[in-house]
Design a binder for this molecule. Structure first.
Ligand code: ATP
Length: 576
């Protein structure tokens, strides 16, 4: 397929808000040429690979502007003048480049992006700028718009994973019936390019051959919530109970000498936890493995586990050695997904737990520890264990069905979390996606943010619907950091995937999550969560930010259905 064709489709996608129309346009693209199936999903999401291994071109807007100026034969000042007017280097490039279409293929363009990404060493930036300039002079103006946006990391077509999954199914069978098989394959490799290529080149049956492989993160299983020990035992029967650690979820992969550590956002953070990497080599008796667990910082003087925020600091890129000395960590393993080439995800939880215990060598001062377990079918035994965990300073417990598979990427009742306050009507916190903010007045104006506009996720339509404005709960310094981050992700108009009933001062691409505590849920005409027709939507009552949850992907946010479900359950619970 020619890149010009892709650029025209991008333009059509930008011009519509209708989910079914976007899906149909994408399905048409996928049908065009199987040879492009691998790279199309990456380009549609403005990346050069799957999220965990996408190369970066290393060209920021300043350098891109130089390339655009040279390619168009226009002065740099003119480029910046237009940029001031339009606020988008993509449309600036479009305005200054000749009106024509190139014959470059999507694959050609992709290969050149990769070539730019590979350039390193002295003089790299000049070389990168020249390579990009050489690419720009070959393309037409509409192509230039999207080339620049992709490289600047500002494509923002608002195409989520769920939309690509639907489009792939439609491309192959004309409807969305392959959705579950595509999602299953995707949850095991986190690579939509691989899934698209497998489906379109080899057919639906080949999707079942995609299994977890070291080096490709598996979407982590998530826990549902129930209000009490009694309801848990009534629903699940005999259960395995484990402490719930409040750290950072890490999936450890090993293949021979190579070790990777992936977060829930599918980022490779191996560099940030060198002692965990070393421990995987030292304490794991397997050539190849994929392990699941939680890494938690502790105070070396007392041995006391530290709260999440402290552990999260370890995810930084610089000064790792220094922070590692101050905040050592322990990696608590609770699952094994694959062992020496055998996919264990469809084996029962109890068997996986046993296998895990067989391959880990526990050492008294080892970084890796096994998560302790208790098995019971008695609610009072579960309750006592839960209370004991709270006394030890833990967050609560995670209760697991001994016969359940590992449900990658899904929140099901195979795992249930029990935390203090779970028995209250609005049992828990909400993980919300920031989609905009208001600037604020008075003291708040100094932080740049008065309140955040937050949304829940609606996976059926791959969109974010607003549920709350929240302006309290964070320490002052964090507002400042957040302001900077949000401005980098800001957009001039409402992001495509956002459904809102009013416009905040600044729109933000759905990327960052906050954990919000609320005093309840109410009906509200101001928000679109759960809104149908002329009925009001649902909103959080007395919301307060508990913490920033940048370890989550936007798709992991609390769903619209969960909020609506909680509202109706709350209505039936007598209020104190
Ligand atoms: P919460 O917001 O209540 O902390 P969560 O949003 O972190 O929960 P959930 O999927 O709701 O995520 O709960 C499961 C999370 O709990 C996992 O992602 C993992 O990070 C953490 N966890 C801690 N201990 C365990 C354990 N023993 N088994 C499974 N998950 C655990």
């Amino acid at each position: 397929m020619q890149f010009a064709m892709l650029a025209r489709t991008f333009e059509q996608i930008e011009a519509t808000n209708a989910h079914y129309r976007i899906t149909a346009l994408l399905a048409d693209l996928f049908r065009l040429d199987v040879a492009d199936a691998m790279i199309l999903p990456y380009l549609l999401q403005g990346r050069l690979g799957p999220p965990y291994a996408a190369p970066e071109t290393g060209l920021d807007e300043r350098r891109l502007a130089q390339a655009v100026a040279k390619a168009a034969g226009v002065g740099l000042e003119e480029i910046w003048r237009l940029y001031q007017q339009q606020g988008d280097l993509g449309t600036v490039a479009e305005a200054v480049m000749p009106v024509l279409e190139s014959l470059l293929s999507v694959q050609d363009v992709f290969d050149r992006f990769l070539e730019i990404a590979r350039v390193a060493g002295p003089g790299a930036y000049e070389r990168k700028i020249t390579l990009f300039e050489n690419l720009l002079v070959k393309v037409g103006n509409l192509e230039a718009r999207y080339l620049v946006r992709i490289v600047a990391g500002r494509l923002r077509l608002g195409i989520g994973d769920a939309t690509i999954v639907d489009a792939l199914s439609i491309a192959r069978v004309g409807d969305t019936s392959l959705g579950p098989a595509i999602e299953r394959a995707y949850s095991f490799c986190s690579d939509l390019g691989l899934v698209a290529h497998t489906l379109l080149a080899q057919g639906p049956a080949a999707l079942a051959e995609i299994h977890p492989v070291p080096g490709r993160p598996v979407l982590p299983a998530l826990a549902a919530r129930l209000p009490s020990a009694t309801t848990i035992v009534a629903k699940l029967g005999r259960v395995i109970v484990e402490p719930k650690y409040d750290g950072v979820r890490l999936q450890a992969h090993k293949a021979g000498e190579r070790v990777w550590l992936f977060t829930r956002r599918l980022e490779d953070v191996s560099h940030a936890f060198p002692e965990v990497v070393a421990a995987i080599q030292g304490q794991l008796r397997a050539r190849e493995a994929i392990l699941d667990g939680e890494v938690v910082g502790y105070d070396p003087r007392t041995g006391q586990l530290l709260p999440f925020q402290q552990t999260a600091r370890r995810r930084r890129k610089h000064g790792v050695a220094e922070v590692a000395g101050q905040f050592p960590v322990r990696y608590f393993l609770f699952d094994v997904l694959s062992l020496d080439g055998v996919d264990l995800t469809s084996r029962p939880q109890a068997e996986r737990s046993r296998q895990l215990r067989q391959v880990i060598v526990e050492e008294p001062s080892g970084v890796i520890a096994l998560t302790p377990q208790l098995e019971t079918d008695q609610a009072d035994v579960l309750q006592r264990f839960f209370e004991e965990m709270l006394r030890c300073g833990l967050e609560g417990v995670v209760v697991k069905r001994p016969d359940a598979h590992y449900h990658a990427g899904a929140r099901q009742y195979n795992w249930v979390k029990l935390k203090p306050g779970s028995e209250a009507a609005v049992a828990d916190t909400f993980d919300l996606v920031i989609v905009g903010y208001e600037r604020g007045r008075g003291k708040r104006a100094a932080f740049g943010i008065g309140s955040l506009l937050c949304a829940v996720y609606d996976p059926d339509h791959d969109r974010y619907r607003t549920v709350s404005r929240v302006g309290s709960g964070l320490p002052d310094a964090e507002w400042l950091t957040l302001h900077q981050l949000l401005d980098e992700a800001s957009t001039a108009t409402k992001p495509k995937q956002v459904d809102a009933a009013f416009a905040p001062d600044v729109w933000v691409t759905p990327r960052y999550l906050v954990e919000v505590i609320a005093g309840g849920i109410m009906r509200s005409p101001l928000h679109t969560c759960g809104k149908e027709g002329r009925e009001p939507g649902y909103a959080l009552r007395f919301p307060r930010i508990r913490r920033l949850r940048f370890d989550r992907r936007p798709e992991d946010a609390t769903t619209e259905a969960e909020v609506v479900g909680l509202y109706h359950r709350e209505e039936t619970v007598p209020r104190a």
